[in-house]
Design a protein around this ligand. Structure first.
Ligand SMILES: *Cc1c(COP(=O)(O)O)cnc(C)c1O
Ligand code: SF4
Length: 367
């Protein structure tokens, strides 16, 4: 057994553990644990500094999860876009491939908690049908391995999946969507990196939400992946009392860059049942983005996106930088709110027919 597997065995992994370690009432512990399985491995547990801190909030169940919040179980309607159980195919040229239900730590805000941790919903027995689906669809050139966490598979099993994908000629890139560099960096071993190296191009997207997660161990894991030739990106989720302020986000994203991780997405929290207490207004996200762009390396600035409820996919949102037009000039403001005019190229013909402009304008004015 490898070190990371031994560590996993020492996880807080049941309602009894919640009672023993955090003094939960057993009835409440059972209720929360039934709703979404609790698992906190000893590494991630060690990052907690005090009760209710940004690490605690991400992994320790909270009574607020039981609130009758009227939110859907599957806000992104992933299941509607699921032609076979292990595949979500929502975009023309790429798919999500769910390979395991397991994670080394279950994030209380998980969007996919209706499935994650439940081996009857995501299972290795659906892996072959997923591979067959991808092989039968030549338009798929990008496969995102997800779950759960695909690095919960053993190296041998993971290699079987990756090599099967590599044998499909139209699959150009493979992405590993894994939280391991953040939650159990000991999973990134030399042996794993050596295996991954054989199947490039492999991209890794990981998931750090708070600067306290950027430890020596995490840095080492990310550097090993980068040294193995994987571009490593980060997908963070904006959450209340965890990272909903600009100073924390700046520090997080600067630290990630220093660990050779390129910020990719910052997600507005999804409207998943039992996670309403994590949500913050979009205004807060926009203000944070406004305090990143221009104030630090452009490399440290992720795209702020809303994964549109109802299956619309990820939609980027930006603070307003275009203030208006003056004749042929567009009026812009920079990160310091200084105003500039850019002389736009004069076009001979009106692009939109007149009636369309008229339809657009009143709508814009109401915003
Ligand atoms: C996020 C996502 C992808 C990948 O999207 P990118 O914007 O290319 O990173 C693919 N499929 C689904 C269903 C997704 O949710
Ligand atoms: S690691 Fe990802 S899939 Fe697993 S619980 Fe966290 S958010 Fe959900």
């Amino acid at each position: 057994m490898e070190q990371w597997q031994r560590m996993l065995r020492k996880s807080i992994d049941s309602s009894d553990d919640l009672v023993k370690n955090f003094g939960f009432d057993i009835k409440l512990a059972n209720e929360l644990n039934d709703l979404f399985h609790t698992r906190i491995n000893p590494y991630y547990l060690s990052l907690i500094r005090f009760k209710g801190d940004p690490i605690w909030l991400q992994c320790i169940p909270d009574i607020k999860e039981l609130a009758d919040d009227d939110l859907p179980l599957d806000p992104l309607e992933e299941d509607k876009f699921s032609p076979v159980p292990s595949i979500t195919h929502r975009y023309p040229d790429r798919v999500l491939f769910l390979t395991t239900s397991q994670c080394s730590m279950y994030c209380r805000f998980c969007t996919r908690k209706r499935k994650v941790s439940d081996p009857t919903k995501i299972s290795m027995k659906f892996i072959q049908t997923g591979i067959d689906y991808i092989a039968a669809h030549p338009e798929i050139r990008d496969v995102v391995l997800s779950g759960g966490d695909p690095l919960m598979l053993t190296d041998v099993m993971l290699e079987k999946v990756i090599s099967a994908l590599r044998n499909i000629p139209h699959v150009e890139i493979i992405r590993l969507g894994t939280k391991m560099p953040c939650v159990l960096p000991q999973r990134i071993t030399r042996k794993l990196c050596k295996m991954i190296k054989k199947y490039h191009p492999i991209y890794v997207n990981t998931h750090f939400n708070h600067p306290w997660e950027c430890t020596t161990e995490a840095k080492k894991a990310c550097e090993m992946l980068a040294d193995a030739g994987c571009p490593v990106g980060n997908q963070a989720v904006l959450m209340k009392d965890i990272n909903d302020n600009a100073e924390v986000m700046l520090e997080l994203h600067r630290k990630l860059l220093a660990m050779r991780v390129r910020p990719y997405y910052l997600y507005q929290a999804d409207t998943t049942k039992g996670t309403n207490h994590f949500r913050v207004p979009v205004r807060v996200g926009l203000e944070i983005m406004d305090k990143l762009r221009g104030h630090t390396s452009g490399l440290a600035v992720p795209y702020y996106v809303i994964d549109a409820p109802g299956g619309g996919g990820k939609i980027p949102i930006l603070p307003e930088y275009v203030i208006g037009r003056k004749g042929n000039n567009i009026i812009l403001r920079n990160y310091k709110y200084d105003i500039f005019e850019y002389p736009d190229v004069v076009e001979n013909e009106t692009i939109l027919p007149k009636n369309e402009i008229e339809q657009l304008e009143p709508e814009l004015q109401t915003k």
